[in-house]
Design a protein. Structure first.
Length: 349
């Protein structure tokens, strides 16, 4: 049975949204034609005043319409971020080539190679570092105003396709960006809980064992997938107002002892148990996995507090034995909590 978690870029819900800064940056090539930019925004159903707040939640279906009109306007599926760009139909060609591969590792290499045929300024490679798989970017885009978002769109495309190919969500464990921390928030459900800025380059990391996952999609499914791609892939991947994000925030705002059962959480959101489960699955999560992500977030936050010992942090995160916390943390990051703390803060355990 195929788990369609986080894999189908179909119809978006009314509550789905994308941060306004993404929309603003997508319009960068129309900066010299403000009237045309306004026309495209209004035709997509986007009020230009929304873009004054970088974090304003622009309805995702409107962002999808804008993406399609911009692709037609610019003749580029990558918003003309790149000096060479992606002509219309490029994304479909890349997906078709990756679909021939037997597993995620080979499909990812094929996807990155395909993108490299079209893009001149962003290139990427897949590296294996012990038990971690790392997608490393080489970004030669000189315009600082678009550099970061261009990387986010690139990685959203790659990971969106990867998740679809194997029929399951691939959670990123670590992300480092080669640009400064942006004014907008970074999303731990998107980029993982270990996020660094001002690095020498951008890269994302996940468990290398997932590279062995078989490609479960076929050409019949590809046709449906491409009806909403690449715009559906990226917009859904970047959705910050879905049910999973709302549940994550609720859990994180309280202590574990006060967490509601699945039934009570669903009821608090005016949903049935089955509808609650289905929507979380559609976004690539389960209620149990979201609770796990909140515990993980707590661990990373507490490790930044050098006044707390590793043992205290383990207890606060719900581990009865520090050894269990060490074992799980190594699974998350490939290193011990103490080594992570030194790398992050410069202080020992």
């Amino acid at each position: 049975m195929i788990d369609k978690s986080h894999t189908e870029p179909g119809a978006l819900r009314q509550s789905d949204s994308v941060a306004a800064y993404f929309v603003t940056t997508a319009l960068h090539r129309l900066a010299s034609r403000p009237q045309r930019a306004r026309e495209l925004l209004e035709a997509a159903g986007i009020d230009p005043s929304w873009l004054l707040d970088p974090l304003y939640g622009v309805p995702a279906d409107a962002v999808t319409r804008l993406w399609l009109s911009l692709t037609a306007e610019l003749g580029d599926e990558f918003f003309a971020f790149d000096s060479r760009g992606m002509p219309r139909g490029s994304f479909a060609m890349i997906c078709r080539s990756a679909l021939h591969e037997p597993n995620l590792g080979r499909a990812l290499k094929q996807c990155l190679s395909g993108l490299g045929l079209f893009l001149a300024d962003i290139r990427a490679r897949l590296e294996i570092r012990n038990d971690r798989a790392v997608i490393v970017l080489d970004n030669r885009i000189g315009e600082s105003s678009i550099r970061g978002v261009a990387e986010e769109v690139y990685l959203s495309m790659v990971m969106g396709v990867a998740c679809w190919l194997v029929g399951r969500r691939i959670n990123l464990e670590r992300t480092q960006f080669g640009h400064s921390r942006p004014p907008h928030r970074t999303d731990p459900l998107l980029w993982g809980h270990w996020i660094q800025f001002d690095a020498t380059h951008t890269e994302v990391e996940f468990d290398a064992s997932q590279l062995a996952l078989p490609v479960v999609r076929n050409f019949a499914g590809l046709k449906q997938f491409l009806r909403h791609a690449p715009e559906g892939v990226v917009v859904r991947f970047r959705n910050r107002s879905g049910l999973s994000a709302k549940v994550y925030r609720r859990l994180k705002a309280g202590s574990e002892q006060d967490w509601l059962s699945l039934t009570d959480m669903a009821r608090s959101l005016s949903m049935t148990d089955s509808a609650f489960r289905r929507q979380l699955e559609r976004e690539g999560f389960s209620y149990q996995l979201l609770k796990h992500e909140v515990r993980k977030a707590l661990a990373f936050e507490l490790l930044d507090d050098i006044e707390l010992s590793i043992t205290e942090i383990a207890i606060r995160c719900g581990f009865q034995e520090p050894s269990a916390f060490h074992r799980v943390f190594r699974q998350w990051t490939g290193m011990s909590p103490g080594r992570y703390r030194v790398a992050r803060t410069g202080h020992g355990a």
